[in-house]
Design a protein around this ligand. Structure first.
Ligand SMILES: Nc1ncnc2c1ncn2[C@@H]1O[C@H](COP(=O)(O)OP(=O)(O)O)[C@@H](O)[C@H]1O
Ligand SMILES: [Mg+2]
Length: 448
């Protein structure tokens, strides 16, 4: 296959990947911002809690001090919770020496430092806020597990990611659809150009082509138009010259024949015969050129299919008078329907039979066959033509032997008709299954 990459595919894949990556980046950024804001809020909650508890704790401790001289061993009191619950915030109230005065019920003493501190600080597992009161004699520290904050940030990130799971496939579909939609006119242009046959040089038309592709289309159409005009000029020149040559050639031939009749001089008559041969060759050449111009210019297809077997039969019969018993025709029992124009088919067959008669071994039979599947074969005897010469024979003015008179245009006409109808013309020498001879073979069935 070709190594061209599809614009649709490249755009679709790269846009989808870019959009997904940008979205992921946006989620990560949002996560960081959320973390920063949440830290501020959590810190202020930590600080607020400490500030609220501290005066209550101070009052409680001072009143306890005044009537507890008797049993001082119960100094550290655990504040009982009203209901059992998980504490996110735990606190300790201590003396500057580290002696415990009050603690919340779920507290883990190991996470706190030995001596109380003030302000915000952090260990590997917790974040703390410390404050003091009563002229620095009572310290409170509130601790919050960092895991609590992390899980809060993660739940925000997850909440942002969940809709993405749906949005990414949806956006992929949307990108794919939009690209397909915007490129559909370009695809249409590509299909229209690809669907053309070689002979179609009319302008390509695609409505509402994207602006980026419009110059390309107009350049292609401009080129097609120039090509069409050049080919038309060439054909009409060939056709016109051949046509214009007809009358003067016919007049010259007639005058020459009158001269021959009037003259008694043998040498003059001999020269006149030479001139007549040249004039006839010239006349045949102009006829062939006209045929070639028609084969290359006009359409070789007809509007509806025709049975080509009777036409083949009629042409072979025509040549029967010229070469009695040399032509062997094999026809199928069924009709061979083809869109190949009957006139074009007749020109093709005539050129092939003329060649077989002219270039084939004298007196040897010529086999013409048409199969039920439309395969036409014209086979004659004769010397083998080397492959390198065989390959060039369908070009104009190319001949493999100069034994017989000719212009080298017959096979060019056959080739023009075959390629105009989209048929494959095959030349074989030796003929298939033999060790000599020449074979022309093509399938004449053209369908839409
Ligand atoms: N049926 C054939 N048998 C042998 N040679 C052939 C046959 N048809 C064509 N050729 C070779 O191909 C050449 C080109 O054929 P063509 O284009 O018809 O030109 P022309 O018949 O005027 O020579 C011929 O000169 C001949 O050498
Ligand atoms: Mg010929």
């Amino acid at each position: 296959m070709s190594n061209h990459t599809s614009l649709q595919k490249t755009l679709g894949v790269s846009l989808s990947i870019s959009i997904s990556l940008l979205w992921l980046l946006a989620v990560v950024t949002a996560g960081f911002i959320a973390q920063d804001k949440m830290n501020t809020v959590f810190d202020s909650a930590l600080e607020e809690t400490a500030q609220r508890i501290l005066p209550l704790a101070a009052t409680e401790i001072l009143s306890r001090d005044s009537d507890s001289d008797s049993d001082s061993d119960s100094n550290a009191q655990r504040i009982q919770a009203l209901e059992a619950h998980d504490e996110h915030l735990t606190y300790l109230v201590r003396k500057p020496s580290g002696e415990l005065l009050l603690q919340s019920h779920d507290v883990d003493l190991n996470v706190f430092s030995a001596l109380p501190r003030t302000g915000f600080y952090e260990t590997a597992t917790h974040r703390f806020y410390g404050a003091n009161a009563v002229r620095g004699s009572i310290y409170i520290e509130v601790a919050e597990p960092l895991a609590h904050r992390h899980s809060a940030v993660w739940s925000v990130i997850l909440a942002l990611l969940t809709p993405l799971l749906l949005l990414i496939p949806l956006s992929l579909l949307a990108v794919w659809w939009l690209i397909k939609r915007s490129l559909r006119k370009v695809v249409e242009l590509q299909q229209r150009v690809a669907a053309r046959d070689a002979g179609d040089l009319s302008a390509v038309k695609v409505e509402q082509l994207p602006a980026e592709f419009a110059p390309l289309l107009s350049a292609v159409n401009h080129l097609l138009e120039r090509l069409r005009r050049a080919l038309e000029a060439e054909r009409s020149f060939t056709a016109n010259s051949a046509h214009e040559l007809r009358t003067p050639l016919a007049t010259a031939l007639a005058k020459l024949q009158r001269l021959q009749r009037q003259s008694q001089d043998a040498s003059v008559n001999l020269q006149a015969q030479d001139i007549e041969t040249s004039l006839r060759t010239l006349s045949a050449l102009s006829e062939k050129l006209l045929e070639l111009a028609k084969a290359e210019g006009g359409s070789v297809l007809s509007a509806s299919p025709n049975d080509l077997t009777p036409i083949l039969q009629m042409i072979v019969k025509d040549y029967e008078y010229q070469a009695p018993h040399r032509l062997h025709l094999e026809l199928p029992n069924n009709a061979v329907l083809s869109l190949l124009d009957p006139d074009a088919f007749a020109i093709l067959v005539r050129n092939l039979i003329e060649n077989a008669l002219k270039h084939g071994a004298d007196q040897h039979p010529i086999h013409i066959s048409l199969s039920a599947q439309g395969r036409l074969r014209v086979i004659n005897d004769g010397a083998v033509i080397p492959a390198e010469q065989l390959a060039l024979l369908r070009q104009r003015f190319v001949r493999a032997n100069s034994r017989s008179l000719g212009s080298g245009i017959g096979l060019a006409i056959v080739d023009a008709i075959a390629s105009g109808a989209g048929l494959q013309l095959n030349l074989h020498s030796p003929a298939t299954g033999q060790n000599a001879g020449f074979e022309v073979e093509l399938n004449i069935i053209v369908t839409r």
